[in-house]
Design a protein around this ligand. Structure first.
Ligand code: C2E
Ligand code: MG
Ligand code: MG
Ligand code: MG
Length: 292
């Protein structure tokens, strides 16, 4: 009957809710040991200067080696980490590890002009005291503040005065700020004036059709012009092929990041690219150069 079908549906539905609740609890419990058990890892995705094809730095991207489920990307655990506040100690680990790795590359003789981008979520900003966490990580590693760039999404700009003043404090100590996934949030452009942002990362969704879809191309073009006018660096995110890279170059976009150059790499593989670059080999196909 319709009634029992309805009962079955709600039984299935609550069964699903139970499964979701159990899954979240498992993630939460597991995350508690992720830092102490050394299960977290940073991967490094190169960011490339489009006119020359040179690597300018990398974005650090978090991975969790789950003891049973294997390698997890942030999509599998970031929400839970945020909701439980565990993102605060995790974020401190990320900052410390990123700076430690940068100092290790310097010590290995790599040119000191490559920077490192680190993602910070809204909850980390204020609760995590990001400015002092960054200062601590920098002084422990001896890395210069300008080498570090903190990526936030537009939602951080809407999170209130505490978040805004925390970002001001970050900028004050010389760390640069990037607006991530730019163009997808709801913030007003006036925030770009109030806040000392240095980098605009153009969201992947607009890069998809750059050079082929006229609307995507127009939006990317407008963001690049905006960045230019405000004296900011524009970075295209999620660039997957040379056609997109060339379209960005034609629009005057400074930098690009994406599978076109490299996926997120472990520290050793990223270091290999830096070494090839130092040896004068092109790292990406660019400006008529053959692929390296
Ligand atoms: P995001 O900061 O926008 O990072 C870019 C994401 O796009 C990364 O996903 C990267 O692997 C992926 N990607 C890079 N190139 C391409 C491409 O050419 N095509 C496609 N389809 N994807 C590409 P990932 O590593 O899964 O990270 C997802 C998000 O998780 C990040 O987005 C960032 O918001 C967040 N995240 C990553 N690491 C951290 C962290 O240490 N702390 C915090 N709070 N958030 C992090
Ligand atoms: Mg990012
Ligand atoms: Mg992004
Ligand atoms: Mg994102």
């Amino acid at each position: 009957s319709a009634k029992s079908a309805g009962r079955n549906r709600s039984a299935v539905f609550s069964g699903t809710l139970v499964a979701i609740a159990r899954e979240r609890l498992e993630v939460e419990v597991g995350l508690r040991s992720a830092v102490p058990e050394n299960q977290l890892q940073l991967l490094y995705q190169p960011i490339v200067h489009l006119p020359t094809g040179r690597i300018t730095g990398a974005e650090a991207l978090l991975r969790w080696h789950h003891p049973e489920r294997g390698l997890l990307t942030p999509a599998a655990f970031l929400d839970v980490a945020e909701e439980t506040g565990m993102i605060v100690p995790i974020g401190q680990w990320v900052l410390g590890e990123a700076c430690r790795q940068l100092a290790a590359w310097d010590a290995a003789g790599h040119p000191a002009d490559v920077d490192l981008h680190v993602n910070v979520s809204v909850r980390q900003l204020v609760e995590g005291g990001i400015a002092s966490a960054a200062r601590e990580a920098l002084s422990a590693s001896g890395v210069a503040a300008e080498r570090l760039c903190i990526e936030i999404t537009e939602s951080a700009l809407l999170a209130g005065d505490d978040a805004t003043s925390e970002l001001g404090a970050v900028h004050e100590c010389g760390v640069r700020l990037a607006l991530d996934d730019f163009g997808t949030g709801h913030s007003s452009l006036s925030y770009l004036r109030q806040l000392e942002v240095d980098v605009l990362k153009i969201d992947r969704s607009f890069i998809d059709g750059v050079g082929t879809d006229e609307h995507d191309t127009a939006i990317v073009s407008a963001i690049v012009r905006l960045a230019e006018t405000l004296g900011l660096t524009a970075v295209g995110e999620g660039v997957e092929d040379e056609a997109q890279a060339q379209a960005l170059r034609d629009l005057g976009c400074d930098q690009a990041q994406g599978f076109w150059c490299a996926p997120p790499l472990d520290a050793a593989s990223y270091e290999t690219l830096l070494r090839r670059q130092a040896d004068g080999e092109p790292v990406v196909a660019c400006g008529g150069l053959a692929p390296g």
